[in-house]
Write a protein that binds this ligand. Structure first.
Ligand code: ADP
Ligand code: MG
Length: 318
């Protein structure tokens, strides 16, 4: 198969929403009236972001999911995607499975693939997503205020616990293993929640590098301090029942790959946040509050004591 056969066979789809889709030097798009475009890119490298023998369909899903998660965290509606992919070889079976995972998720969120690049090389996937939102409703990370509640969708930690299992740091059984590996390989981007939080939440970020690290970015950008309540952090069953408590704690706070949204909203918006969660079909939990003070994140127990966390979060260069 040539490069152009790969594109034509697996990736070129007619676009209904772009002015011009796959096939020319550029795709052409137009934002709808009153909307600004939201753009984001995330890269996935074999051996760094996924294991070399990763299932291609799950990889197609996850590569797009992590990008859609960024749109969700902004309150943007996904519209288009560009896919740059380096493949070690023209393995039709592998590419077909990858495309299936990609397009299944794309269809669910109304995202069209309108361009990209295809080359030979060590397996690398870089996706750019383009979404839309009304400018003044963007959920920016610099918009949190002292007094805001801090909320979390779903629960963190399972993906990292799944990875710990694959690395032999823990042995998960039956249901826990299934749940954690699903979270690791096929994360669900909280797109619907991001949309439902427009005009309700003040700021948001998606948890890709760990709850504390990502919330720390919000605190820093907004110049406020985040205080989390230890007892209120939701624990999924595999985390709550993990025999290695230290590991469970590390996964919960610093695991990464969760793709949940952590967001802040004024106290007066509590009922509307709950309603947004119901509308999006995901649990939302108030886990703390933004307070005046030195930007950073603290976790306190019910007696007000600071809880120490083993690791701060993931950093490629740390
Ligand atoms: P150029 O030489 O202008 O960079 P290419 O030959 O790389 O163009 O690509 C031809 C067309 O196919 C372009 O419209 C490009 O956006 C699209 N394309 C290339 N690779 C992909 C891919 N993996 N997925 C979707 N579209 C792709
Ligand atoms: Mg090209």
């Amino acid at each position: 198969m040539t490069e152009f056969e790969i594109i034509a066979r697996y990736f070129a789809r007619r676009s209904r929403t772009a002015v011009l889709g796959v096939g020319d030097d550029c795709a052409l798009v137009r934002a709808r009236k009153g909307m600004v475009l939201a753009l984001s890119t995330d890269m996935l490298l074999s051996g760094r972001h996924f294991l070399p023998d990763a299932d291609p369909q799950q990889l197609g899903h996850k590569s797009l999911a992590v990008n859609l998660s960024d749109l969700a965290a902004m309150g943007a509606e996904p519209r288009w995607a560009l896919l740059a992919i380096a493949l070690p070889k023209a393995d039709g079976k592998w590419i077909r499975a990858f495309a299936r995972g990609f397009f299944r998720l794309a269809r669910r969120f109304g995202t069209e693939l309108i361009g990209g690049d295809t080359t030979k090389g060590p397996l690398t996937i870089s996706i750019t997503v383009i979404g839309e939102l009304p400018q003044r409703l963007a959920l920016r990370r610099d918009a949190a205020c002292a007094g805001d509640d801090i909320w979390l969708s779903g629960a963190t930690g399972e993906a990292a616990l799944g990875l710990a299992h694959l690395r032999g740091r823990v042995r998960l059984g039956g249901a826990a293993r299934k749940a954690c590996l699903a979270r690791l390989h096929e994360p669900e981007p909280r797109v619907k929640l991001g949309l439902a939080l427009r005009g309700v939440a003040r700021s948001a970020i998606d948890v890709s590098d760990g709850l504390l690290a990502d919330l720390g970015h919000v605190a820093k950008a907004s110049r406020v301090a985040a205080e989390l309540r230890w007892e209120d952090i939701p624990r999924a069953r595999p985390i709550a029942s993990c025999p290695d408590e230290g590991l469970a704690k590390e996964c919960l706070y610093a695991g990464g790959d969760d793709y949940e949204l952590v967001f802040t909203a004024p106290r007066a918006a509590r009922a509307r946040v709950e309603a947004a969660g119901r509308k999006a079909g995901v649990r939302v939990t108030a886990i703390g509050a933004m307070v005046r003070g030195k930007p950073g994140v603290r976790v306190r127990d019910s007696l007000g004591r600071t809880v120490s966390i083993p690791r701060a979060g993931f950093d490629h260069f740390a």
